[in-house]
Design a protein around this ligand. Structure first.
Ligand code: CU
Length: 235
């Protein structure tokens, strides 16, 4: 009988830290997933406010937890509120903004089409020879084309460049999360020179003023115009 009791005690003592660890991991995982959901579904401004309030709330909860050695379960619930409330409100707001226009989203979902074959007969050439400027200053494309192409020649040995096109360029570090910019061409990872790469994208349903730039060196940029009466050109 005593043996059994001791064994049970031991099992309880051994199991508790493991369960607590697993529980903590689960809480962290859920927090990360919900945070990502919110950040990807709100505007940039709301995302900044949300991230700040959430960070402050988590710190507040930790401070409340640390201020007492033993917390009753109701005290625990109160101490968790500063961290949990912003997350719940954020999820509600992000869910409620389901109808937000794509262009207003923090990450846009337009109209990157992968797998378009490079149209050699419908493409222009963009050249980079240094990290200051593209040699190619501006681009125009006819709108309504299923596939147009850019043959990008990176002539700078040992240096990586790429070409992205959007309504608004991203800066270093946020080039993959363009602020309110409709992305036309995702230039992907940069290619190290000397080399060339073919980019293909569609101008179907697209017209207006855009910018092409290198996400590694955002100072490398130029205007892109897409319009019905425009010819394919690179100057
Ligand atoms: Cu570059």
């Amino acid at each position: 009988m005593t043996d059994l009791k001791e064994r049970n005690d031991f099992q309880e003592r051994a199991a508790t830290p493991v369960l607590m660890g697993l529980g903590l991991l689960a809480v962290i995982a859920v927090t990360i997933l919900l945070t990502a959901f919110v950040l990807l579904n709100v505007t940039r401004e709301i995302a900044l406010v949300f991230a700040s309030v959430l960070a402050a709330g988590i710190l507040g909860s930790i401070a409340l937890y640390a201020s007492k050695d033993e917390l009753t379960s109701s005290q625990r619930a109160v101490a968790s509120l500063p961290a949990v409330l912003p997350l719940l409100i954020g999820v509600a707001v992000a869910g409620g903004l389901g109808g937000l226009a794509d262009a207003d989203l923090n990450i846009n979902r337009l109209p990157i089409e992968v797998g378009i074959p490079f149209p050699a007969d419908n493409s222009v050439t963009v050249v980079a020879s240094d990290s200051i400027d593209f040699e190619t200053e501006s681009l125009t494309f006819p709108s309504g084309e299923e596939a147009v192409g850019i043959l990008f020649q990176n002539n700078e040995a040992g240096v990586a460049h790429n070409v992205w096109i959007a309504t608004q360029k991203g800066s270093i570090g946020e080039s993959r999360a363009l602020p309110n910019g409709e992305l036309i061409l995702d230039g992907g990872d940069a290619v190290t020179g000397v080399s060339e790469i073919e980019y293909a994208f569609t101008t179907a349903g697209i017209s207006g003023d855009f910018v092409f730039w290198c996400t590694v060196h955002p100072n490398m940029e130029g205007p892109v115009t897409i319009g019905e009466d425009l010819e394919l050109s690179a100057t």
